[in-house]
Design a protein around this ligand. Structure first.
Ligand code: ADP
Ligand code: MG
Length: 452
């Protein structure tokens, strides 16, 4: 038996205890499954629409709770009626982007989203939101640096909701388009107002991408605020993405940011190397079945692009189309030819050398707005000691050089001072989420400059 069918058998045992015999026999026992495991989303098949609706309305929450309890990874079950089962398309998906109703990119699904430590929580919560729009977390606020999957995850919510109910009206809008729409509304043309309302109010789910772009557009913000309240009060799901936490948005009116903070915020971090390799593997599958890229080469590419998945995918796509054009097997040599120039400049700055210790010090001092001199020097105000300790900790973390050597980079401090500082940062990070956020942001900056 496959792990998924074992899981379903285990869930069945619980359901048998929880519900009466009639319900159990009529609803749960006859369920079959495609056991097509899409990233923890299992598709279960029931005989007809009626049974499907009953399960989805009354029992789905319990079933998913049991599923998660019995498997240590996030699992959701999705119930569909027999006549909704579709054969897998046999043709491979090409690069063409396929937009579906509500202008969603249909390739941005939960299924194609590779889950790892950096996005696990965001992913789990996104699935919950998609399961019960308007009920779990409203608004649902996703933040993280550029190229890390915010738009993908946001649209996956929309695609999932549509997959379960094609009637649902999902509106995906980039914040800049919202501004444009609003500005044209200002022409005070009555038709425009109706158009605007029809577009934005007559919907079930709104996905607003890159909200930080609304900074300074105060009239637009006011209009968005009204829309937000209208949708919120009508229990419509609102999903927002941003490059920073709501509390750090600048030039966005507090009445908006406080509303964002009142919902659920999740962040997406930079994926680690192994995770990046999985993303690349996944990507090769969707690109072209004919071409093989070895694990070594995928690992090489992943190691070169640490801070931006979009750039990393771009390199892979470039490599594959280069190899196809010249009909070559992909070897390291071909990689060099296809990605040559970009990689050469990266290589230089990637080498571990003392400059990188400097770099850590300079990024930390920049982040905390203290001078390099103060960072390295002996002043004891916390304004300086905190950044100093963080810089020591990061040098230890990244290069694992002796504490004594680190001390020499900070006005000759001794081994025990550095050791104490590193341990303190490590300990405090566990309890202080602001500190953790600061350290994570610095690491992100660092990783992106070291690979640039
Ligand atoms: P953002 O909106 O945060 O700038 P995107 O959502 O546009 O980033 O993601 C950039 C690219 O990386 C997209 O092609 C997206 O599909 C891909 N991507 C990001 N995260 C993942 C992931 N976890 N699994 C698979 N692909 C991903
Ligand atoms: Mg985006």
């Amino acid at each position: 038996m496959s792990p998924n069918s074992i899981l379903w058998q285990t869930i069945l045992k619980d359901l048998e205890k929880l519900y009466n015999e009639e319900t159990y026999n009529e609803l749960f026992l006859p369920v079959t499954s495609t056991f097509k495991d899409q990233n923890g989303l299992l598709t279960m098949v029931v005989a007809n629409e009626f049974l499907k609706n009953r399960i989805n309305k009354l029992y789905i929450a319990k079933i998913n709770e049991l599923a998660t309890k019995h498997s240590n990874t996030p699992v959701r079950l999705k119930f569909i009626a027999q006549d909704e089962v579709v054969e897998e398309p046999t043709t491979d998906r090409k690069l063409t982007i396929d937009y579906r109703q509500g202008n969603l990119n249909s390739t941005y699904t939960f299924d194609s989203f590779v889950v790892g430590r950096s996005n696990m929580f965001a992913f789990r919560m996104a699935m919950k939101v998609a399961d019960q729009p308007g009920a779990v977390a409203n608004p649902f606020y996703i933040f993280g640096d550029v190229g890390l999957g915010k738009t993908h995850l946001m649209q996956a919510i929309g695609n999932y909701i549509l997959d379960n109910d094609v009637e649902k009206r999902i509106l995906y809008v980039k914040a800049d388009n919202f501004i444009e729409d609003f500005v044209s509304l200002l022409s005070r043309n009555k038709n425009k107002t109706e158009e605007f309302n029809a577009k934005y109010k007559d919907i079930d789910v709104i996905l607003v991408d890159d909200i930080q772009i609304m900074a300074n557009a105060s009239k637009t913000q006011m209009e968005f605020f009204k829309l937000f309240d209208y949708l919120y009060l009508n229990n419509k799901q609102i999903v927002i993405t941003s490059d920073k936490p709501a509390s750090q948005l600048t030039n966005i009116m507090p009445r908006l940011t406080t509303r964002f903070e009142a919902g659920l915020s999740v962040d997406i971090q930079v994926p680690d190397l192994e995770h990046r390799v999985s993303i690349l593997k996944r990507k090769t599958l969707t690109l072209d079945a004919d071409i093989e890229v070895s694990e070594d080469i995928l690992t090489f590419i992943a190691s070169q692009f640490s801070a931006n998945i979009r750039e990393m995918e771009g390199a892979l796509i470039r490599l594959i189309s280069y190899a196809q054009t010249f009909n070559l097997d992909i070897t390291m040599h071909v990689v060099e030819d296809a990605l040559g120039a970009v990689l050469k400049t990266k290589k230089k700055s990637n080498e571990l050398n003392e400059n990188n210790y400097d770099k850590i010090q300079s990024i930390v001092s920049d982040y905390f707005q203290v001078t390099l001199q103060d960072l390295i020097g002996k002043k004891r105000h916390t304004k300086y000691t905190l950044p100093r300790h963080i810089a020591m900790y990061l040098i230890k973390l990244k290069y694992n050089i002796p504490y004594k050597t680190i001390g020499s980079l900070f006005s000759d401090r001794d081994h025990s001072t550095v050791l104490a500082a590193c341990e303190k940062v490590e300990r405090d990070m566990k309890m202080d989420s602001n500190l953790k956020f600061a350290v994570d942001s610095i690491v992100k900056k660092l990783d992106s400059t070291l690979t640039k």
